[in-house]
Design a protein around this ligand. Structure first.
Ligand SMILES: *Cc1c(COP(=O)(O)O)cnc(C)c1O
Length: 337
């Protein structure tokens, strides 16, 4: 990579931004008579949550062996995506590179922020078109690995990190279902890297909306000062902390899902209309079928809901790996098609 200077790619208004200083910023102790935040004195839900999510960050820090200063907590990964645009991309001027078929929020959020989208589709093997990407100039690129909806880990991320002259966001929402260890351990090596993870998938907490970003402390500080002060509710912080206190439960659930993924793949291949199942490093299978749209409608009419991806990848349906009972039901319904 050419010499990377953070200031040169951050929007000037964000670089200069003086963050809002909340009551909980100005006084951080736990004990006392708190008359500083216009809170209601009654009840047990009356206090604002920690705007810096210190306890949750500490728990993540010890689990992942990564300093607290390298961790950002968002209201789901979706908030992290939005912040990347707001911090780095000047509306109507700057561009982002997106590699479809991939997660739809990168585009939606770019459109909301009026950021120009450069689409460099994945190749026939669902791998990055590295040469085409590196020939473009853009403020940032979103790379999803394992990718949604194709399910594969992308191969040439290192090349992009070494040579792309902008922010590289690697979305690892599904990394816990994968053999790959991901890029979290390389945030010191690459000053332009942001790794996104989430509590929504392997941690079974989609309802809580807790997303995480790992990066160097300069980028994390920019995210912290740009976010709304109380972006993650106290209830949701606590849910994530509770989940981290039960790593065994987490591992057992992931193991069951992986076992079920293999079983589901075997059972699906026995069906005559299943043409291909793409190898998956995630908690879903991308399945090519004859008559995908008809089968999708048939499944819905039997109250089995999957994701029709026919318009994105012709003939394909994306099936989330469910519980053993849910997966059996899916197979049973499909056998009757
Ligand atoms: C599900 C998913 C997420 C999770 O988003 P949250 O806002 O954290 O729930 C992020 N990225 C991808 C690619 C996903 O599929």
């Amino acid at each position: 990579m050419k010499k990377f200077e953070l200031k040169s790619i951050v929007r000037p208004n964000i670089w200069e931004l003086m963050p809002y200083s909340s009551a909980r910023d100005e006084f951080t102790g736990n004990e006392g008579v708190f008359l500083d935040a216009n809170e209601n004195p009654f009840g047990d839900r009356n206090r604002y949550p920690d705007p810096h999510q210190r306890e949750l960050k500490k728990a993540l820090s010890s689990r992942n062996n990564i300093p607290v200063d390298n961790i950002f907590i968002g209201n789901g990964s979706d908030e992290v995506i939005d912040l990347v645009y707001r911090i780095f991309c000047e509306p109507s001027r700057d561009s982002v590179i997106i590699c479809p078929p991939t997660y739809g929020m990168y585009e939606v959020s770019a459109n909301i922020n009026n950021v120009n989208i450069i689409r460099i589709p994945l190749d026939d093997e669902f791998e990055l078109n590295t040469d085409l990407i590196l020939a473009e100039s853009a403020k940032c690129i979103f790379i999803c690995s394992p990718n949604n909806p194709t399910g594969n880990n992308l191969k040439s991320i290192k090349e992009i990190l070494d040579q792309f002259n902008g922010i590289v966001v690697v979305d690892e929402a599904y990394i816990d279902f994968s053999d790959s260890e991901g890029f979290m351990s390389t945030i010191d090596k690459y000053p332009n890297l942001i790794v996104m993870q989430t509590f929504s998938k392997a941690w079974a907490l989609a309802k809580a909306r807790v997303g995480v970003a790992y990066s160097n402390s300069d980028i994390i500080a920019l995210m912290d000062k740009t976010k709304p002060p109380y972006n993650v509710s106290g209830f949701n912080q606590q849910e994530a902390i509770n989940a981290l206190l039960e790593p065994k439960k987490f591992e057992q659930r992931v193991d069951i899902i992986l076992e079920q993924r293999n079983l589901l793949e075997k059972e699906l291949y026995k069906l005559p209309f299943v043409k291909h199942i793409y190898p998956s490093d995630a908690n879903f299978l991308l399945v090519k079928m004859s008559e995908a749209s008809e089968i999708y409608k048939y499944l819905v009419s039997n109250k089995v809901i999957v994701r029709n991806r026919d318009t994105v990848i012709p003939g394909c349906i994306r099936i989330t790996v469910g519980s053993p009972e849910e997966n059996s039901r899916l197979i049973e319904v499909l056998q009757n098609y």
